[in-house]
Design a binder for this molecule. Structure first.
Ligand SMILES: [Cu+2]
Length: 181
């Protein structure tokens, strides 16, 4: 941050008034454009009726609310491949985390361990369930705590180029244990 000195000269305040009116004009123009775009959208809506395109769906998403000191958390959901082709889960992201990965939980020498998985394929018509003790979206390096009842958007980019975002509902209690990293 720069700590500049603000000079309240007559010239400066005149310029500020000018800037303000330009901005007000821009807001008006933007609002107008948005309205035009909206009416255009509702118009084209009628055309797509009854042509539900088979697609990928993210359903029933939940996330684990954090307790003090937790720097990572997990999100769960069902991913449905409604397309006619097998797809892979490409990359994941969430605005709440610095790093978002797909993990699986496995038994290793009698210990529950999590590891990152990169090549999960979902066949056409299949569902992949992300749930405690199995596959999950790992939210790492949280930017702030995840409060109970807050919303956690998670975006998945699939191998076919489709990008889907779901808003996971954060809960304190999710059945099943999840280990910390
Ligand atoms: Cu994990």
């Amino acid at each position: 941050m720069e700590g500049g000195t603000i000079l309240y000269t007559r010239a400066a305040s005149t310029r500020r008034t000018f800037v303000n009116s330009v901005m007000a004009l821009m807001v008006l123009l933007t609002a107008h454009t948005a309205m035009a775009a909206q009416s255009g959208h509702s118009h084209s809506h009628g055309h797509s009726k009854g042509h539900a395109k088979p697609e990928l769906q993210l359903m029933n998403a939940s996330a684990r609310a954090t307790r003090p000191g937790m720097s990572s958390s997990a999100a769960y959901m069902t991913i449905f491949n409604g397309t006619h082709e097998a797809v892979q889960i490409g990359s994941l992201s969430s605005p709440v985390a610095r790093k978002t990965e797909l993990h699986t939980t496995e038994m290793d020498n009698g210990m529950m361990k999590m590891r990152r998985v990169d090549n999960i394929t979902i066949k056409p018509g299949d569902k992949l369930e992300l749930k405690p003790g199995g596959y999950h979206v790992m939210l790492m390096g949280l930017k702030k705590p995840i409060a109970n009842n807050s919303e956690v958007p998670v975006t998945i980019i699939f191998s076919n180029g489709d990008t889907k975002t779901v808003v996971a509902h954060a809960k304190d209690e999710i059945k099943g244990q999840h280990m910390a990293h």
